[in-house]
Design a protein around this ligand. Sequence first.
Ligand code: ADP
Ligand code: MG
Length: 455
Amino acid sequence: MSSTSAHDRTAGSVPPVIIRAEGLSKAFTAPDGSPLPVLDNIDLALREGEIVALLGRSGSGKSTLLRCLAGLIAPSTGGVSYRGQQINGANPGVAMVFQSFALLPWLTVQQNVELSLQAREVPEAERTERALKAIDLIGLDGFEGAYPKELSGGMRQRVGFARGIVVEPDALFMDEPFSALDVLTAENLRSELVGLWEGNEAPVKSILIVTHNIEEAVLLADRVLVLSSNPGRIKAEIPIDLPRPRDRQDPRFESIVDTVYGLLTGRSGHGAEAAPHADHEEARDRTPATPVNTPLPVVTVGGLAGLLQILVARGGEDGLAELADELNFEVDDLLPLVDAAVMLGLARTRDARISVTPEGREITEADILTSKQLFAGHVAKHAPLVRAIVQALSRTEDHTLREGLFLDLLRRGFSTEEARIQLDTAIDWGRYAELYDYDHNDAEFTLEPGAQAHL
Ligand code: ADP
Ligand code: MG
């Protein structure tokens, strides 16, 4: 007999919706008081029997969306319902597992797990029984009396899972639950989770997992929702109809991963799925690029130069997955470098491949002085923040400006922390290009002679 799983879909019947978001938007307030849109018009439904992965880059609003769905924060507009009822406060159907293990250090494993039940006013005897069962299920039998500091990271995260499943939630929410673990531990925990899910042992009806890791999403989910950035919108939905446990070497697995790479790098040629995104790209082309609507990818000049060198050495073109493999990184780690190269016109991406442009090749093969000159031309033209700094400096009499001006302007679109990171990136790029100098003691920019020629 084939394994009958409660998660199997009966042909023809659509499983009931557990949680639904409709027209959900969320804006925070920037330090200067202006709105900072993070999520825009999100519609989604989480149904019984499915694992859904929410995939997007860092800062795209994944955690914010999860918190809205869990009722921990209120959306600015739109709403969230649980089993058809609009929620107004904590969502009673949700239990959360966080990236950082969030365990109380003075409580034992068992006490930490029981805590979730205490909050739900479960009587003591039942608390103990259910906690021990969850601890056993999650592979921590024998560690009931241990304290968090006595456990490895992987074991602590097991306690995190036990805390989530012990309340037997309709929906288990996980916010990057494996990303603080080493690769091997993460892999083990992931496959155990799949095992529990497939065996119907986990007392949960659905799972919503947030991740920035493409392979993780494709390994786990029945559907992947790809979130775009600035503001976060659902840009594509990719159903994954592969049996579990999934094999990374399976050509179908690789092909789905490629599709998602293409979507995340933003220049996919994948038919219908990419259509909404194509509109988005056009819209972006019509609006002029500003330091706020076109942030600098946070990479160093050295990193960018390295990427181009490797690309040239590999014949000028490569798959992003192959390139990441070669460098022993995840594709996700590579994306900011790829974005920077594309922004500056030094590389192009198509689907999940990257190729160096003639300009990129020229810069890589030139001697250092020529290379700097060429780089200066590209950043002054294509990196909006660097360009804005050069322009502002050339308008002052002594060609100097305090950084505060730029920080204030950046805070119209970024948090204080992100504004600083943007400015530091512009300092690195502009200094290397010898467009301007930056004095750390005075926090002041000075225009370099000849910089204006690049505008
Ligand atoms: P992700 O989980 O995808 O990395 P987040 O949801 O954490 O993204 O954050 C999305 C954006 O919202 C970021 O720019 C972040 O700085 C901003 N943000 C998140 N929480 C707050 C908050 N409480 N106040 C202001 N800005 C916030
Ligand atoms: Mg997050």
